[in-house]
Design a protein. Sequence first.
Lengths: 108, 417
Amino acid sequence: MAESGLPVAFSALQPLLGWALATEAERTHKRQTSEMADIQAFYTAMLAHLEDILVYLNQFPLEHMPPHAQQLMDMTLSLAEIAPAVELFGQPREGDTFDPFRFIPHHQ
Amino acid sequence: MQDRQPTGTGEQAAPARSDDRWNNKYPHLGTAPIPIEPYISREYFALERERIFRHVWLNVGRIEDIPHPGDYVVVALPVCRTSVVVVRGKDGQLHAFHNMCSHRGNKVVWNQNGSCQHFTCTFHGWSYGLDGGLRFVPDEARFCNLKKDKLGLTPVAVDTWAGFIFIHLDPNPTETLRAYLAEVVPGLEGYPFSELSTTCFCWRAEIKANWKVAQDAFQEGYHLPVRHKASAADAFTSETNPHCHFLSLDLYERHRRTSSYGNLNYQPTPVAGKAYQFGSSVVVDRDIALDNLPAGINPTRRSDWSIDTFWIFPNFSIFPSNGTYLTHHFWPMSEERTIWETHTYFPKAENAGQKFSQEYSKVLLRDILMEDGPTLEHMQDVLASGAKTHMPLQHQEICVRHAYSVVEDYVGFYAGR
């Protein structure tokens, strides 16, 4: 997954490449099986760079990103995935919520 | 945007207006508690099966799902004990059939969707055209007097409105789709469904709850500040509207529509703020809503508005908002089993920022919806106990009352009792 690495400007995020996941199902699984401390660390690191990341990624055609940019894109989608856990719930999921693996995405 | 004052009908922020005691607007519905039996009774469900779902138009998707000749979807209708194939024919027209071979009843199509030139049964190889006509029978000469022209797939009526595909199990329904939808058409007319339907996200869950238990949970905002305290209360309630009262609503003969409040003083979270900056957001962006939306959406033209809902009998709802919309389908399986489908639609993301924004919006929506899931299943468990026979409803839950009333009008379970 991490063969090509991240763009140099964002090399500080390299240790978080495990969050570069291509589908919602994979991102949900990662969120739901991670410790909150790891989710929080990912959130903090990504949020600090988010505006720069999106400005950088906006220069590429969405459907044809170079591999290093695509990994960064997938990481921003993981940030979207875990944002409610950090900003709203303070835990991977709200205590009394539906089993996330029963609410099945029929999209990527 | 956070310091704008509400505009529209003139009051300060309070949508809790004198006319939001909705029962007064619809006195024929009464104010009495409604019975629990329709939510748990197998007999009631059997009547719904016979008297509703076989006799109404049912939404099964959008035209974008099957854009090219040969594209098809298969829609399971467990409530009608069938599945229906909807296909775009070589002539570009839509056709719909029961998914059943005319020979010995095997399912002709086993995929949920796809594209093909003809449908071939995998049992004995009978083959049908996209128009449903029987084209080929292996070893045909060994059948006696086989009337191939009478042995096409059994047709189902199909029609579209605003890009939504509806079917009717009666191949010659007495009521046209346009007539069926006439009550809600003025409200939805002009909404840019086609432009907003280029990106679709869909989730599906099988839940242990009656389809009305599930659907009713989305027909009132009363639960929102409690059930969605952490996820949505800040955006959809405020000190002036703490209980998420509707801005307006209209109940029709079978369908209904509501208009929901949005908190202008909502402070977005850091990620929500970035999502708005690079794209758009239901919970933050309301600036252009009043000018760009057709008159039927947010009909009170208040700036403290978030989303409208159109409930199309019996099991389909459309939630148009500013730049995005979503739909729910609640497909009954039994008196205590339902397939719940949610689709959320966006215009095509042109760049990474818009893609990120859409991802955040749909994840937030999903997380809010997942908070509803357990409530539905807990309710079903307990309603079936028989400990209580009726449930009281307040003014803001009048859509639940109306939904019960419309179903009962079709079913007639209590008529003459």
